[in-house]
Design a protein around this ligand. Structure first.
Ligand SMILES: [Zn+2]
Length: 412
């Protein structure tokens, strides 16, 4: 009996090891460290790998305008915009400097450091990295942000007791941070909304409507999550005034939105809801399918307002009519980038597809079923995939998904 108990105890103690090896998985650690330096406008970045076995090669896909002074242990070879790193031993590091400021156009920044705060995307700070490693070798990763005194940092990840972000990226063997981050002298408000740990943050004293935004999310997010059940369990909303980009930009489990943007615009669309739907779907279009991504974001931002009683039926119809009139300026949806009139027409087409599916299925199905399925897959969406899902829901062909109609060459 004692022997059996001891055996059981050993088994329990070793159970993480047992589970890891039962699945044939071995781990190594990736430690990302970034020191934010307002005086140089740079982040000094170190990536350290440690473990009994490390990937034999890592390829960092750099942006030469932003990633500078690459050096480290082992062997580093530059090949155009790529740094090919062969780590050495059981612990090996690579360092570089990252230029934080970046303008998106019209003089506005989508990445910025000042003496009081910094706003940037961690998936730009740490570039895409491909690894050569055996299938069973997986990473565990953390992100440590060092800042000037009295700054705080926020990213859409849990922190450990030491304030280090514990990264996760389901389904990826090599984990790197993704999404927006903000650091500085911050004002932030946090609330759990329908199971999502939601934080709204911005530089302190900058007239940022954190409470209004949380109230708006309390009212709309539960409705939105009915269509996007896999909506992240952590959401960071970063807000800041000029000279930041004067619109919204979604990221992984996070978004940036200019603090001047109203929660609902005069035309009853909502940039905040639009970006939240991008966060919820996690899809991107191929060379002709951006209209699907943007059309869904715009249509569901309106639908969410309508379903929650934020706008009346009459106002909803008026907005759809206005979008239809605007969309006539740009009838071809099958282009690489959708904006302005293309997104307007895309939203109207989504509305027509929704009604078509509802009537073809006797009210059993709707576009909700299609977008829920797309959001579960995430990744790249194509017209073929969208058509297949829509036809499954309708139980028949969907005339609005005919190429000649979508390219504006044929009226329905
Ligand atoms: Zn969009």
């Amino acid at each position: 009996m004692r022997l059996f108990l001891r055996f059981l105890l050993i088994l329990v103690t070793l159970s993480p090891w047992v589970t890891a090896n039962a699945k044939g998985v071995d781990y190594y650690d990736v430690r990302y460290q970034a020191a934010l330096k307002p005086e140089t406008g740079m982040a000094d970045v170190t990536i350290t790998l440690s473990g009994d076995e490390l990937p034999s090669k890592l390829t960092l896909h750099l942006k030469p305008a932003r990633h500078h002074n690459i050096e480290g242990d082992g062997d580093i070879e530059m090949d155009g915009d790529k740094a090919i790193w062969t780590p050495k031993g059981k612990t090996s590091s690579i360092h570089y400097q990252f230029k934080i400021d970046k303008k998106k156009g019209s003089g506005h920044y989508d990445s910025r450091i000042t003496d009081d705060w910094a706003i940037l995307r961690t998936d730009k700070l740490i570039p895409p990295i491909s690894t050569r490693a055996p299938q069973r070798l997986h990473s565990r990763a953390t992100l440590e942000i060092t800042t000037p005194k009295n700054w705080r940092s926020l990213a859409p990840y849990q922190k450990d007791e030491a304030g280090v972000f514990i990264l996760k990226d389901d389904g990826r063997r090599f984990i790197r941070p993704k999404g927006w981050m903000i650091a500085g002298d911050l004002g932030s408000r946090q609330e759990f909304i329908d199971g999502t740990d939601t934080v709204v943050a911005g530089p302190r004293g900058k007239d940022i409507r954190r409470q209004d935004t949380l109230a708006f999310l309390n009212w709309t997010l539960p409705e939105l999550k009915k269509v996007f059940p896999l909506f992240p369990d952590k959401l960071l909303i970063v807000m800041a005034p000029d000279p930041m980009w004067r619109g919204g930009l979604s990221g992984t489990r996070s978004l940036f939105i200019h603090s001047d943007r109203p929660l609902i615009s005069g035309n009853r669309t909502s940039s905040l809801l639009h970006e939240l739907i991008h966060v919820g779907t996690g899809i991107r279009g191929d060379k002709e399918s951006d209209w699907i991504v943007e059309g869904i974001a715009e249509y569901y931002s309106l639908q969410t307002l309508r379903r929650t009683g934020g706008i009346s039926e009459r106002r909803y119809q008026e907005t759809m009519e206005k979008l239809a009139a605007w969309g006539e300026e740009s009838p071809d949806l099958l282009v690489k980038r959708s904006s302005g009139p293309i997104t307007a027409r895309a939203a109207v087409v989504m509305g027509e597809i929704d009604l078509y599916i509802q009537s073809a299925s006797d009210g059993e199905r709707s576009l909700d079923d299609v977008v829920t399925a797309m959001a579960a897959d995430r990744g790249e969406i194509t017209l073929d995939r969208f058509r297949k899902l829509a036809e499954e829901a309708a139980g028949s062909e969907v005339p609005q998904l005919d190429r000649t109609f979508l390219s504006g060459k044929k009226k329905p």
